[in-house]
Design a protein. Structure first.
Length: 268
């Protein structure tokens, strides 16, 4: 069955994400066992700023489903650009899509990425669920490793392709926790590792958003020449604060997201 509606797309993405990464579903179920309701704050995607498969390409199904562009973000050090989108129904997850700025890398990386994108059938990018169809190219482990030296983000894209990079628990909606620190303690107590780059909690009440994340699950990936265990996806936690105007802050904070990106680094 072709996926043509937003509810079906969201369902497919959650099924694929939890099938590939054991960690998020285990944590999700731990929250349910406590009697908490889990609301999804946002889903994040990655791509390249290539004309064929950039942020705007991945945003299409969401824009067609009522989402609206809100704000953009620059990550100078990681050479990334991102946009976030919101749905008029505030229960729906926000969508955060980033792209790697290829022109800021050397010819080797640009050529390697071009080799990958060349394998993407042009018409496939117009499919409603392209953003969750996984990796549309063959890539060797050698290329993966070479990319990783220059950009962990590029390597992650090469290995995993188009799929949610993470889902995010909206901490405010968890009734049995007072704040994100209590959530982090609970996650660690249950044996999961948190990303502590830049401190476990990124952001602050002053910027109206605090975030934390697990370290990505390591999964076996079939490369064109061999199979290797590499970092896949992680689970994120977000606590939002009221702005002076009395509304909950709905945006993102670039300096925090910058560190969250490192949740998929192999070196950690
Ligand atoms: Ni996120």
């Amino acid at each position: 069955m072709a996926i043509t509606t937003l509810p079906d797309l969201l369902d497919k993405m959650w099924q694929d994400y939890t099938a590939m990464n054991p960690q998020p579903l285990k944590i999700y179920n731990l929250f349910l066992e406590r009697g908490d309701q889990v609301q999804n704050d946002h889903i994040a995607f990655r791509t390249f700023n290539h004309p064929k498969v950039n942020v705007d390409t991945l945003a299409q199904p969401f824009l067609q489903s009522g989402y609206e562009y809100q704000q953009d973000y620059h990550f100078v050090e990681k050479k990334l650009y991102a946009k976030h989108f919101e749905h008029p129904d505030t229960q729906m997850p926000k969508i955060f899509i980033s792209e790697l700025k290829l022109e800021e890398f050397d010819d080797d990386l640009q050529n390697a990425i071009q080799q990958l994108v060349n394998q993407v059938p042009e018409e496939s990018t117009q499919q409603f669920d392209f953003c969750s169809n996984g990796r549309p190219w063959e890539v060797s482990y050698d290329i993966y490793e070479k990319l990783r030296v220059k950009s962990e983000y590029a390597a992650w894209m090469a290995a995993h392709g188009y799929r949610p990079n993470h889902f995010t628990v909206f901490v405010n909606a968890l009734n049995s926790f007072n704040d994100i620190r209590e959530v982090n303690e609970f996650i660690k107590l249950n044996g999961f590792k948190m990303n502590d780059s830049g401190g476990e909690v990124k952001g602050s009440k002053e910027v109206f958003l605090e975030q934390s994340s697990t370290l990505a699950d390591t999964v076996e990936v079939d490369f064109s020449d061999s199979t290797h265990a590499v970092p896949a996806c992680y689970y994120e936690f977000a606590q939002r604060y009221l702005k002076p105007d009395g509304n909950l802050y709905q945006g993102f904070v670039a300096t925090s997201a910058d560190k969250i990106f490192e949740s998929t680094n192999k070196s950690q």
